[in-house]
Design a protein around this ligand. Structure first.
Ligand code: ZN
Length: 495
């Protein structure tokens, strides 16, 4: 298939284009979907934004006084298992109706992640973008911002005019990436530019935990992007690490270049793809990684504290269920003290704690219910230390819809365990302090995370990555892949 796509619109006259007003629609879909997870993502998991609430996410739209932005709908969910087909079909149908109702369009901006999966289907973004293109027609410019852990396909590229992805992991540049996508879109409209894109899959899949741009090889690899843009006179370029826990044919690393000269754009993509391929052997965990037992022993031997252990196989922000009590079981078996486990999702257990009350003794099966394939409930006996109700999601922007999240902190043999009603990442210090917990007072803090996000990293005197069981198990060479393209690095090292 020809990887180059030329926009078919007639170039407008720049002098008249500047005086014109432009009509841009705003929509999006974000859910990183782990196909190894039995936990389907549906209505209860998605935050759907429409109208003024959706527009409120993009304050930078004010930079474009000549553009009328019309909010359509955006659905976002915490990473999880595949999306329920009925939810996606309804979302797509509503979006198509809104696109038709508010036509005609000069442009569409799509706030995407890129690694969604609808249960039993492939390439959901390809399907969604093709549906949008069918409504808006070939002359409307469509720009999308992606997570660098998104998986791209020919169908995605065929429907888009502009794709740009994050250049940092952790994703400190999420806002910058949205702004870049919109700036490119508006610039192309104002100047009547017809961008072409070059897309090259690179047969590499690395776990997200090895893709941090805080260390090599991703740091150096991503640092080359601005130079490649300059050298090849591009509009933009992206390197997508891809999402490994999605067993479908499009799952792979890739590069995308956006330019005005098709041949030069293709050459730039080839250059970036070769640079990506050249560093494949260098991807590694940025911190000491080991089995759960090894990490607990190492943490206990470390003189400074707290030592933060990432329970990486069950990381809810990568698609894990976030309810597997495996690390807690090992901590209790090894007699760990002064330890905080944050957290384990279990709505039933929270209800038991709430009904028992603070100070009460409780006995219950904890966790292992959302993901019974990779975990099992752990029978615990403890006391209820404190009860809370906090907003969920914790990082919601002002004005965004939030839901209540009941939380119980319990003490089990001297280990403090946070039980949450909803799947809850602990990424900010306020996630702890709002529960009256000071993580710096503990010897060991266990979080369900991969590489540590900045606030937790700053708090940690030492970080360890536990290769724990779960839907996003970091031992990717032994995942039961059936449908990804082969050969693929590192599964087929001899390729
Ligand atoms: Zn990501």
């Amino acid at each position: 298939m020809n990887p180059i796509k030329d926009h078919k619109g007639e170039p407008a006259n720049p002098s008249t284009a500047l005086a014109k007003r432009f009509h841009i629609g705003v929509a999006g879909l974000s859910c990183e979907c782990c196909t190894f997870s039995p936990l389907l993502s549906g209505e209860r998991d998605f935050m759907v934004s429409v109208g003024a609430e959706l527009l409120a996410n993009y304050g930078f739209f004010a930079d474009y006084p000549d553009v009328d932005f019309t909010p359509l709908r955006r659905a976002r969910a915490l990473p999880g298992g595949p999306i329920e087909p009925a939810f996606y079909d309804r979302f797509k149908q509503q979006l198509r109706g809104e696109l038709a109702a508010h036509a005609p369009w000069d442009g569409i901006y799509l706030d995407m992640h890129g690694a969604a999966n609808v249960y039993g289907r492939d390439d959901v973004e390809g399907d969604m973008l093709a549906a949008i293109r069918a409504v808006v027609g070939p002359d409307c410019l469509i720009a999308a911002s992606y997570d660098l852990h998104g998986n791209v396909s020919e169908r995605v590229i065929d429907s888009l005019d502009i794709l740009t992805a994050y250049r940092t992991a952790p994703h400190l540049d999420w806002l910058e990436t949205q702004e870049r996508a919109c700036a490119l879109l508006v610039r192309c409209l104002r100047e009547g530019l017809a961008p072409s894109m070059a897309f090259l899959p690179v047969p590499i899949l690395v776990p997200g935990e090895q893709s941090s741009t805080e260390f090599e090889p991703a740091a150096g690899l991503y640092a080359t992007i601005p130079q490649v843009i300059t050298d090849y006179q591009l509009l933009d370029a992206s390197i997508l690490i891809g999402y490994v826990w999605a067993d479908e044919p499009r799952a792979t690393g890739s590069v995308v270049a956006v330019g005005l000269d098709a041949a030069r754009t293709r050459a730039a993509a080839s250059d970036l793809a070769q640079q990506f391929w050249a560093v494949r052997e260098q991807f590694q965990f940025g911190v000491t990684a080991g089995s759960v037992e090894e990490c607990i022993q190492l943490a206990r031997q470390t003189p400074s504290s707290p030592v933060v252990i990432s329970d990486s196989g069950d990381n809810p922000t990568a698609g894990g269920a976030g309810d597997i009590p495996f690390v807690l079981a090992r901590l209790l078996a090894l007699g760990a003290e002064a330890t905080l486990v944050a957290g384990i999702a279990d709505a039933e257990a929270v209800t038991v704690c709430v009904q028992a009350g603070v100070g009460a003794t409780i006995s219950l099966p904890l966790g292992g219910k959302l993901d019974p394939i990779h975990g099992q409930p752990l029978l615990i006996n403890g006391t209820v230390v404190s009860l809370h109700t906090v907003p969920w999601p914790a990082n919601a922007k002002p004005g965004a819809t939030v839901m209540p999240n009941r939380v119980a902190v319990i003490n089990v043999q001297g280990v403090h365990v946070v039980i949450t009603e909803r799947r809850t990442p602990f990424h900010q210090m306020t996630d702890f302090t709002q529960l009256d917990l000071d993580p710096t007072h503990y010897k060991i803090v266990v979080v369900k995370m991969g590489y540590l996000v900045p606030e937790v990293d700053q708090m940690a005197k030492r970080a360890l990555l536990a290769l724990s069981p779960g839907a996003v198990n970091q031992d990717i060479e032994h995942l039961p892949f059936k449908r990804i393209q082969r050969p693929m690095f590192p599964m087929d090292r001899a390729m």
